[in-house]
Write a protein that binds this ligand. Structure first.
Ligand code: NAD
Length: 363
């Protein structure tokens, strides 16, 4: 679930400077065993919003690297989606199965509260709705709560809708039409988002291929959507029009890209490019249209944002639909600039932050 890489002996401030963070908060509590890091990357557009994940990191340096990378990603996701949110993320260091207690979570909630709304937390890997309820007992700066608690509920259907919109925009670029009827689409990962995405694709009459780490999930999806079941590693070799990574990150790498026969890659997984500077250009050189991951999977964040600003699911879906137009713009811009879509999307996000930063420069 957590993609980390070997962290070199760079100083803490060296790493923070490299990622250009505003603030990094180390939280420690002897009684509960809490060790957490909150990364606040950029708050030019608004409060830093991003989930808290709990993970047994091999070292503190690895945890720092993860929180810095993830929180920076949230900045770009919010910025390109037109949200008035900054980027943040938190990691709690430890084994969720044995260390997670009510007291530890509530202590963490108090650290979030101390930031006075500069950071708003939400659910992420190894955190449940129940855990968020405990954090909520100590701070109001929590989002993504269940609908029964007045929150915006499961973000996955909205993420799937945005991914679908981004896929259609990329299809238009590659095939000249955004219709997915008859298109052969391989969806990797039959989880929350993948399954909702299949509903849209089936409705449009796409021919579906599916795979999942858990065979029963893959089989259930194949039966439900009339899809062809594909082996875990075989998915990259299929004769398809579109590959949709909806499981883990880094599935676009030097091993898989040469095997792809598709003309479009569009999925909801985070950090799909193993190395964006290598694999972004490589997809372009192979004539594959890549819909940037942080752009087309922003529906979930848009849904959570609606909770922060007092909107509703309908408003979130309307905003999410705009992912189609933004993807269209980004793909055109990448081609004009002779760059690749991920780089063009990142630049568009940075430009918005810079422009709005100037707007805010007077009282
Ligand atoms: P999930 O955990 O519900 O589903 C992931 C699925 O992928 C699981 O069924 C798992 O068994 C499967 N899987 C894992 N490794 C696989 C492999 N090698 N091959 C095939 N299947 C594999 O997660 P989700 O909520 O559906 O999210 C999917 C992806 O989208 C993740 O990368 C997540 O970070 C990202 N994402 C999710 C949301 C959201 O709203 N849930 C928002 C933005 C991004």
């Amino acid at each position: 679930m957590v993609e980390t890489q070997v962290v070199s002996e760079v100083s803490i401030f060296g790493q923070i400077a490299e990622f250009q963070h505003e603030q990094v908060v180390y939280c420690h509590d002897h009684e509960t065993g809490l060790k957490a890091i909150i990364g606040i990357h950029n708050t030019v557009l608004g409060p830093a919003l991003g989930g808290t994940r709990m993970w047994h990191y091999a070292s503190d340096a690895e945890a720092l690297h993860d929180v810095l990378r993830l929180s920076r990603g949230m900045t770009y996701k919010a910025a390109i989606s037109g949200l008035n949110l900054g980027g943040g993320k938190a990691v709690i260091i430890g084994d969720a199965a044995t260390m997670k207690t009510e007291a530890l979570l509530r202590k963490f909630g108090r650290f979030v509260q101390n930031l006075n709304g500069k950071y708003i937390t939400a659910e992420d890997v190894n955190m449940t709705t129940r855990d968020m309820e405990f954090i909520r007992m100590e701070t109001k700066h929590v989002s993504g709560l269940p609908e029964s608690m007045g929150g915006s509920g499961d973000p996955s259907p909205v993420t799937a809708y945005g991914t679908y919109m981004g896929m259609k925009a990329a299809a238009k670029r590659a095939f000249g039409s955004d219709s997915l009827e008859g298109k052969r689409i391989a969806v990797q990962g039959m989880g929350h988002v993948g399954t909702y995405l299949l509903e849209y694709l089936q409705k449009e009459g796409a021919q579906l291929l599916v795979s999942d780490y858990y065979e029963d999930r893959a089989l259930a999806a194949a039966n439900r959507f009339g899809a062809q079941l594909v082996g875990l590693n075989d998915i990259y070799d299929q004769d398809v029009d579109i590959y949709s990574p909806c499981a883990l990150g880094a599935t676009l790498n030097s091993d898989t890209i040469p095997r792809l026969k598709c003309q479009v890659v569009a999925g909801c997984a985070n950090n799909q490019l193993a190395d964006e500077n290598i694999h972004g250009p490589e997809l372009v050189s192979r004539g594959i249209v890549y819909a940037p991951d942080f752009l087309i999977n922003a529906g979930g964040l848009i849904n959570v944002y609606s909770e922060v600003v007092g909107g509703n699911r309908e408003a979130a879906l309307i905003q999410t639909e705009k992912i189609y137009d933004i993807t269209t713009q980004v793909l055109a811009k990448a081609e004009q600039e002779g760059s690749h879509p991920q780089a063009a999307a990142t630049r568009q996000a940075e430009e918005r932050i810079a422009a709005i930063g100037k707007v805010k420069s007077t009282y």
